[in-house]
Design a protein. Sequence first.
Length: 253
Amino acid sequence: MDGEWFPGYLTPLWFLVVYGLLIAVVPITASLDARYGARVLAVLVLLIALGSVAHRGAGLAWAGWVTAGLVWLFCHQLGYAWRGWELGRRPLAQRLAVAGAGLAGLAGLTAVAGYPASMVATAGVESNIFPTNAAIAALAVFQLGLLVLITPAAERLLRHPAAWKPVVALNVGALTIFLWHMTAYLVVLWAYEGLGGTLPAEPTAAWWAQRWLWLVAPSVVMVVLVVLFIRVELAARRSRPRSSPPPAREGSE
């Protein structure tokens, strides 16, 4: 292997640092959300816009990293909106507006403002993830919009234990799955190339014919890794004190 997988392979590790920092500032961000609601998101959007202009317009590299931190804070703050504002139970027009705003922002940034089309780290291809920029913030809003659109149907489906139990099982090991899924892929890739296989460079018929392998084989390896490491995540959860979410505010539209 020529190392083209690097540094994308390490993405779960640097994101773990981001995740840890976001969790560390929850007392602050939760208090801001409880006190100011949607105004926190509005301020973050303004700061992200200013940082984007400074980075991409004025060429200030440091502004790109400051903006990246603001984007992750914005994405985390959307979680308070999701849980506290009960967006999934709002009228359809409001739920469509969330998805539409995210999609419009994403399309504008990528088609007009010149942001890359790739939302993930890919070797040899410019992406929006490192450093994380405004396109990821727009993507987060769009994904939240899709979530709130399907919420009523999903809630009806998840009332049935047959549907709910697999969701619970996956969420129990969500962080373990995230941290080890690239390792599982890399193990299969090493084995594949070690046996003389080569990866098609373009999405040809051969590329599509291999999709089953690259879905099934890494999943099998990942199951093994999850079995080995899930106990660490479960032990951390058992030792973590439980806390109640902040109460929802009135008028946080």
